[in-house]
Design a protein around this ligand. Structure first.
Ligand SMILES: Cc1cc2nc3c(=O)[nH]c(=O)nc-3n(C[C@H](O)[C@H](O)[C@H](O)COP(=O)(O)OP(=O)(O)OC[C@H]3O[C@@H](n4cnc5c(N)ncnc54)[C@H](O)[C@@H]3O)c2cc1C
Length: 109
């Protein structure tokens, strides 16, 4: 006899769905959960692990090959994200690169 999961529909039914796990969505989800609301958070970006995915946080300027600056070559390859002040050698891994896309937390497309 097959082992049917008759609770599947109920298990996957939520009282609240939060789109995006930025500070706004995360805080909303935290508040909802703390008030007992069954909450689903959907995030389209990559899974950024705290500490592990911040490899440049404790680096000093002289530890970067280009002292933190973006090279002209990288700038030309990334005309859109290059307009962002934060697109620097220490943070470039968080940006979509080599495409016409705007900021999207590090996916190369
Ligand atoms: C480069 C940079 C540096 C910054 N530095 C600072 C700083 O030093 N200090 C400071 O206080 N603020 C800083 N800010 C501002 C701060 O990051 C934002 O104000 C804050 O992140 C906004 O939070 P939010 O939750 O509204 O949006 P976001 O953080 O943008 O979160 C939105 C989330 O929703 C997800 N999402 C979007 N659409 C969908 C979808 N359709 N389905 C699923 N998920 C989706 C996105 O992937 C994202 O994770 C910085 C911003 C940038 C861009």
């Amino acid at each position: 006899m097959a082992n049917f999961n008759i609770d599947a529909k109920q298990d996957r039914t939520y009282q609240a769905i939060v789109i995006g796990s930025g500070i706004s969505g995360s805080w909303a989800a935290k508040e909802l959960c703390e008030h007992g609301v069954k909450t689903l958070v959907l995030e389209r970006g990559k899974d950024v692990k705290h500490i592990k995915d911040y490899p440049t946080t404790n680096m000093l300027p002289y530890e970067f090959e280009h002292r933190g600056q973006i090279t002209e070559e990288v700038r030309k390859e990334n005309p859109v994200v290059s307009r962002c002040y934060a697109f620097r050698e220490d943070a470039q891994h968080f940006f979509c690169q080599r495409s016409g896309a705007s900021l999207c937390t590090g996916k190369t497309i």
